[in-house]
Design a protein. Structure first.
Length: 339
């Protein structure tokens, strides 16, 4: 059975002292992650009623005073996306009306992030719309992890702290019994080359790129490999695995071209449609994801490994609360220009 693991990371140099002044609350999209963050911070998840009326409307009531407090709300905008987004907006409004001093929306997975530009006529730029909704609801600051594109930060007129799960994935790979000379970091498409280049630098291994074309939404065809991967352990990294079409087609191509083993790493396991079936049947030794999106690990294939981002988010929350630098904690962010 696959399990979710919480590990320690060398990058997190500062120990977190228990801070019961941090007001931490959570919606219903990922309560387990919220509890793990609270445990890391030495505090508790605050009491709040969140429920649906019979017609589907969402009701929120904060059950303790937050007047003059800095409030952190943990809510990934994952499936069901619209329900969780609306719930987050209503929770933010409740805290604004409860006279919170500041409201930070901790969004480990930012839904609608892939709709960040117009690729054809008459399309909505929904990532910008979500940013406007969060701001209008009363959010003072956003803490997000692995946004699909960095430009989303510019959609906000409020503070945005953007952190990455890279230390989690690289630390896990380094602890595998694989020699550096056997590794090659493979970008599943041209757009992920910069991300893969960063991982290659951290793992001290060469890079390869898969040439891919996408004719329709959620459908990708891998056609060629640029680089030497024969007899190598291939490591593919991406920010999101949705239907798993890109990753699985890439894995098949790598195996056909002589790859020894294939490891896949991604921050956000969206896993929609046929994703689970594809991942279980693809020639992937292990698919390493994080818990920004909750998974029922009892129902996951044995080749899926889930790691916790709670230590990273807890450090970021602690530093925001103490008015300390977040970017200095994640110094690798300056090296990693994700496109």
């Amino acid at each position: 059975m696959a399990v979710t693991e919480t590990m320690t990371y060398p990058e997190l140099e500062r120990a977190i002292s228990p801070n019961h002044d941090i007001k931490l609350f959570a919606g219903r999209s990922n309560p387990k992650l919220a509890q793990e963050i609270a445990d890391e911070l030495g505090t508790t998840v605050g009491p709040m009623v969140v429920k649906n009326f019979s017609d589907g409307e969402i009701y929120v009531q904060v059950k303790e005073s937050v007047r003059g407090d800095d409030v952190f709300i943990i809510q990934p905008v994952c499936n069901p996306v619209n329900e969780n987004l609306m719930e987050l907006l209503i929770i933010i409004d409740a805290f604004k009306r409860a006279s919170a001093k500041s409201i930070t929306a901790v969004i480990p997975y930012y839904g609608y992030a892939r709709q960040d530009r117009k690729t054809s006529g008459r399309e909505a730029i929904t990532a910008k719309l979500v940013a406007d909704l969060l701001t209008t609801a009363g959010t003072d600051r956003v803490l997000a992890m692995d946004l699909h594109t960095g430009q989303i930060q510019g959609f906000f007129n409020i503070l945005v702290d953007h952190i990455f799960a890279a230390p989690i994935l690289t630390n896990y790979i380094k602890n595998l019994d694989i020699k550096p000379e056997e590794m090659v970091a493979v970008s599943p498409d041209m757009g992920g080359a910069n991300r893969t280049r960063y991982f290659a630098k951290k793992l001290d291994c060469p890079i390869a790129i898969i040439d891919k074309r996408r004719d329709r939404h959620n459908e990708a065809i891998a056609t060629n490999v640029i680089g030497d991967i024969e007899g190598k352990v291939c490591l593919m990294f991406d920010d999101i695995i949705d239907t798993a079409g890109t990753i699985c087609e890439a894995a098949k191509l790598l195996k056909a071209r002589g790859a020894k083993d294939i490891y896949v790493g991604a921050t956000h396991p969206v896993f929609s449609g046929p994703a689970i079936e594809r991942l279980s049947s693809a020639p992937i030794t292990e698919c390493i994801v994080t818990n920004t999106i909750p998974l029922d690990m009892d129902k996951m294939p044995s080749n899926i490994k889930q790691l916790s981002v709670a230590p990273l988010l807890a450090q970021a929350i602690s530093r925001i609360h103490d008015d300390e630098s977040v970017s200095s904690l994640f110094g690798f962010e300056k090296e990693m220009q994700v496109s």
